[in-house]
Design a protein around this ligand. Structure first.
Ligand code: HXC
Length: 509
């Protein structure tokens, strides 16, 4: 018996070495951890339970039957816990044939995806791979497609998170693209459908890996990634932090963590947050940080469309999604990018029963040919659609401008806002006073325009016209914002909305 036990231990040790010492060293030299080191950091200590450690590929083409096989076949899979909560994980092992996906490698991922869905627990994929195992041809393509199908089936049922920690090329990109969040590691990771060599052949463009698909591109220009971190360790610890904010599934409800922050805490500095001059910016993140428990806010998409801020915080220990116009960037205007970014975030929150708090300071939609040609109407409609279909609690607070169509879109009462607050500094109107008067009194003398502008400001540039109609439930003191939101969310916990049956909606994609 001792002999059998020793043999098992020996086989395990061999499998844990993946592609061998030399390749592990090469991995470290590139500033990257191995798949197993990553999993150890991601999960609670000693909580990892591995599946399919001894799986090997069955390929016999291109000499694959003659070369030594690596147990595990380029992906480490299993489950464990993050702060005590179950998650499923797969980590591509670049030391084995560049982490490329074979038929058996894919089957390991399918098994983990199926388990995660059955158990209604989040799944996290750690990517470091050269794409389809070239020697396996269509078997590899089939393996990918079955991963994709499972991604779609799990979408909106369990959180799916992708962390790109090395190359993520070819077939590997589409699974992350269908998950809820993608994060990257700066400088060591890149994502693209076709690499620089193919790009050069087809288009004659010469680009580096970083220029084509590095974190600097995907967190800004393409917005494929929701965030980037400096190294493997930071990235893994931040994913742990994100998991703490997320429900296990779409029926579990937000996790509740102990909070020592008084929900009734007042913050008098908020009374002077909005400058007297309506054209001056201020940082909306200051409001978010002062409202959430212990100032703990996990921002999503910080480097893209900075004119809208999205992310998770907690109130009374429970997760809340925050959406806020940012006056510091483009005056907080809604453009195509901001609309898409916020719409996707709102839909994630609604899928997973996370209440949404919206802070509004928006001068309208961004005018211009660039926006119109780029489909502003359709992108703006995405956000309108996303908020309108929400069944989660929606609490809205207008801090300053809420002009035009953007007023309607930003979780107004009319599209489903449950509790709509405004600060006394709010200006709820069709547009800014000067623009409005110049249209109504076209051709007026400068004196007439100035006089009418003053009249328009006095009448409409306040929260009271909307409050008189009940569009705003209450004009609140800025310093009491946290208390008012906490009370509203507590009242809304039992919110229940029924929608008419349909197969699915037809959001303007
Ligand atoms: C088989 C692969 C592989 C792959 C890498 N390797 N990618 N083996 N299939 N796709 C192997 C290498 O041969 C090498 O083996 C080892 O992994 C490490 O690779 P290196 O090239 O030495 O590493 P590096 O220099 O860091 O370059 C990484 C890389 C490069 C940029 C990812 O390996 C690369 O360009 N790979 C091919 C990418 C690609 O074209 N993939 C196919 C995409 S088509 P040895 O034994 O020498 O150490 C696709 C379509 C699917 O995915 C569509 C589905 C929808």
């Amino acid at each position: 018996m001792k002999h059998i036990l020793d043999k098992l231990e020996q086989r395990r040790s061999e499998a844990r070495l993946g592609g061998g010492e030399k390749r592990i060293m090469a991995q470290h030299q590139k500033g990257k951890l191995t798949a197993r080191e990553r999993i150890d950091l991601l999960l609670d200590e000693k909580s990892f339970e591995e599946f399919d450690m001894f799986v090997e590929h069955r390929c016999v083409d291109f000499g694959m039957d003659k070369s030594p096989k690596s147990p595990g076949d380029g992906v480490v899979t299993g489950w464990g816990t993050v702060n005590g909560r179950t998650v499923f994980v797969f980590a591509k092992d670049f030391t084995v044939l560049g982490g490329s996906l074979s038929e058996t490698h894919a089957q390991k991922i399918h098994k983990i995806q199926d388990m995660a869905l059955k158990m209604r627990a989040p799944i996290i994929g750690l990517y470091d791979s050269g794409g389809a195992r070239i020697q396996e041809g269509v078997a590899s393509l089939a393996g990918y497609a079955e991963v994709f199908r499972r991604n779609v089936e799990a979408s909106g049922v369990i959180p799916q998170i992708s962390l790109i920690m090395g190359p993520c090329a070819g077939g590997d990109v589409y699974s992350p693209a269908m998950t809820d969040f993608i994060f990257m590691v700066r400088e060591t990771s890149y994502m693209y459908v076709t690499g620089p060599d193919v790009v050069k052949t087809v288009t004659n463009e010469i680009v580096s890996h970083e220029e084509l698909g590095g974190a600097s591109i995907h967190t800004t220009k393409s917005s494929i990634a929701d965030g980037a971190f400096d190294n493997d360790v930071e990235a893994l610890l931040q994913v742990r932090r994100l998991i703490d904010f997320l429900p296990a599934n779409n029926q579990a409800g937000s996790p509740e963590w102990p909070s020592f922050d008084d929900p009734a805490r007042v913050d008098s500095s908020l009374d002077t947050l909005v400058p007297d001059n309506a054209n001056k910016p201020y940082d909306i993140k200051e409001l978010i940080l002062k409202v959430v428990d212990e100032g703990d806010f996990f921002e999503i998409g910080a480097k893209h469309a900075g004119n809208i801020v999205t992310g998770f915080g907690r109130i009374e220990g429970r997760t809340v999604g925050f959406v806020a116009n940012q006056p510091m960037v483009l005056a907080g205007v809604l453009d195509s990018d901001a609309s898409r970014k916020a719409a996707r975030f709102v839909r994630f929150c609604d899928s997973f029963e996370i209440p949404i708090v919206t802070f509004v300071d928006v001068p309208g939609f961004l005018p211009g040919t660039a926006q119109e040609y780029g489909g502003l109407i359709k992108h703006g409609a995405k956000l309108l659609f996303a908020y309108s279909q929400c069944t989660v609690p929606l609490v809205t607070c207008i801090t300053r401008k809420a002009y035009g169509g953007a007023y309607d879109v930003m979780a107004s009462k009319h599209i489903g806002g449950d509790v709509n607050y405004a600060w006394p500094s709010a200006q709820i109107a069709v547009m800014g006073a000067k623009g409005a008067v110049e249209i109504i009194f076209r051709g007026g003398t400068p004196e007439e325009i100035a006089e009418k502008t003053k009249e328009y400001e006095d009448r409409f540039m306040s929260p009271f016209v909307a409050a008189e109609r009940g569009y705003i439930d209450e004009v609140i003191m800025p310093h009491s914002t946290r208390r008012r939101i906490a009370r509203a969310l507590a009242m809304l916990r039992t919110k229940k909305v029924e929608r008419p049956w349909r197969k699915h909606d037809n959001i303007p994609l």
